[in-house]
Design a binder for this molecule. Structure first.
Ligand code: HEM
Length: 140
């Protein structure tokens, strides 16, 4: 049972991370499309669908399966899990920030540059590297 939970946790994590890395990339290209253009309207649909159909459900599944694993495995007192939880909370906050940008783009209210979104793209990458090392290596 535990191994099955872990397998589905990792599947959910992959889907969540794929979306968290792709969405800021879409924002970079969206910035370069003129407001009202067909391209801009297509980006709006892509961003909304990616957020609603992939990123949101994958984040919920990752949390539920991760908390279930932590409870079943008795990991809550482990320092690696505590630090991992802090970093996953940061990832979830970033998820909230990206959702706000999706809303801004949808209303043609984006005020950020492509460079801003390129830099934003690095944050989920760095968080993901640290989280996976904590989960697999369990250094403390
Ligand atoms: C949402 C809150 C999360 C909780 C409570 C949580 C908790 C856990 C727990 C308890 C395990 C089992 C560890 C073991 O049996 O060795 C695990 C495995 C794992 N988690 Fe999470 N996790 C969460 C989110 C994430 C995220 C966001 C990522 C990646 C970005 C991630 C990546 C992994 C990986 C790769 C494993 C497999 C580790 C292994 O088997 O060696 N988790 N997680």
């Amino acid at each position: 049972m535990y191994e099955w939970l872990k397998a589905f946790h990792i599947i959910a994590v992959i889907a969540w991370m794929a979306g968290m890395l792709y969405l800021p990339r879409l924002f970079v290209y969206h910035c370069e499309a003129d407001v009202g253009s067909r391209q801009s309207e297509t980006f709006k649909v892509m961003e909304r669908r990616l957020l609603r159909l992939i990123i949101n459900p994958a984040m919920i599944a990752t949390w539920l399966l991760g908390l279930w694993l932590a409870w079943r495995g008795g990991w809550f007192a482990a320092p690696w899990l505590q630090l991992k939880l802090v970093l996953v909370l940061a990832m979830s906050a970033l998820h909230g920030v990206l959702s706000r940008h999706v809303k801004d783009f949808a209303a043609d209210r984006n005020r950020r540059s492509p460079k801003f979104y390129r830099i934003l793209n690095e944050i989920p990458t760095l968080l993901m590297i640290a989280i996976v090392i904590l989960a697999v290596v369990k250094p403390f």
